[in-house]
Design a protein around this ligand. Structure first.
Ligand code: PBG
Length: 325
């Protein structure tokens, strides 16, 4: 039996007005779906605007409490924390010190807003003097030495009160290493949000100046080739096998195909990261009068939902909390 066609079918009937359109809308975005990434800098006195990300600031560590409370009061329910370190070394050891920046900022965030979900980005590029995501050996990042450090870092973050650990260094076996370290230390209830399909992308450019982690060279020996889709599925499914509780695709808009294909293959909650460059493109285009910011945000977040994302990491989360969607 074939489907009836025009003139019996008129698809425009369900688009006649907003009331009808909202009845048949297939996806929605609420604050329950959004995670807000923030930057915390030690040794800073006042919030410092991030030039490449208009509207975003580095939060001074010593003014964190008030800022975190206000973010929570605005309606943000989950944050991803990035540290801007003044104590960098070859391996990023500050990140696994009990009184290092990572532990302090996680602890202070949790104290300021105990009900808010605090997610610790688990990587080294913010804490190494060379800017790579792990331990360098013969000009490249040594996978297994980095795993050992990731394990220490994850336990420190959990001890400080992190609800979720989000490994983003793209080391092989990172989810397994973190899962066993957490379990051995009694943190079997702390979940892992794996940056599982993370591409070597130019769209992280603004983040690197925001987090003070510019590097010589690139991350192509560990982050994924933007031309590869099947490999992204393998990466993600490996992370699921290793015990990830969430999978992530990053960046967002250029990788909607990966998101949609992964949605067909996993039952885990799926996260997408609308990264700094995607944020900057919308902000600068809107400032130049080339497009309407609110509509661009709505359309891109709607696209993530349509492609299968459950959760969205976005620098627009706080604006949405304040002004609606
Ligand atoms: C750390 C990390 C990066 C981002 C999130 N975690 C930078 C990178 O991999 O170069 C980028 C986020 C963004 O661009 O918004 N590895």
């Amino acid at each position: 039996m074939s489907e009836p066609v025009f003139p019996a079918v008129r698809l425009r009937r369900l688009r006649r007005n907003e009331a009808i359109r909202s009845l048949v809308r297939e996806n929605s975005v609420t604050m329950n779906d959004l995670i807000y990434p923030i930057f915390v800098e030690e040794g800073l006195d006042n919030p410092s605007p991030i030039g490449s990300m208009p509207g975003m600031f580095r939060i001074p560590e010593n003014k964190m409490e008030a800022e975190i409370k206000s973010i929570y009061k605005d309606g943000v329910k989950a944050i991803m924390m990035f540290g801007v370190s003044h104590h960098k070394d070859e391996v990023g050891s500050d990140s696994w010190k009990r009184n290092g920046l990572l532990a302090r900022m996680v602890g202070r965030a949790k104290d300021a807003a105990p009900e808010m979900v605090v997610i610790a980005d688990s990587c080294f590029c913010e804490y190494t003097d060379h800017g790579h995501c792990g331990v360098l050996s013969e000009g490249t990042v040594h996978n297994d030495h980095t795993l050992a450090n990731l394990a220490k870092q994850a336990v420190i973050a959990a001890e400080a009160g992190a609800d979720v650990i989000a490994p983003s260094s793209m080391m092989d076996g990172q989810v397994q290493a973190i899962r066993s370290a957490l379990d051995e230390s009694g943190y079997e209830d702390i979940s892992i949000m794996a940056y599982s399909s993370k591409f070597a992308s130019c769209f992280y450019g603004p983040f690197r100046s925001a987090a003070g982690c510019e590097l010589k060279g690139d991350r192509k020996a560990y982050q994924m080739d933007p031309f590869n889709g099947r490999e992204a599925l393998r990466e993600s499914l490996q992370d699921e096998e290793e015990g990830a509780d969430f999978l992530m695709v990053k960046p967002g808009l250029p990788y909607l195909d990966v998101l949609a294909r992964l949605r067909e293959r996993t039952l885990l909650p799926l996260v997408v990261y609308q990264v700094s460059g995607e944020y900057a493109m919308i902000k600068f285009a809107a400032a130049a009068g080339a497009l309407d910011e609110k509509r661009a945000v709505r359309e891109t977040l709607g696209a993530f939902k349509r492609a299968g994302a459950d959760l969205i990491l976005t620098y627009f989360a706080r604006d949405i909390a304040r002004e609606g969607f």
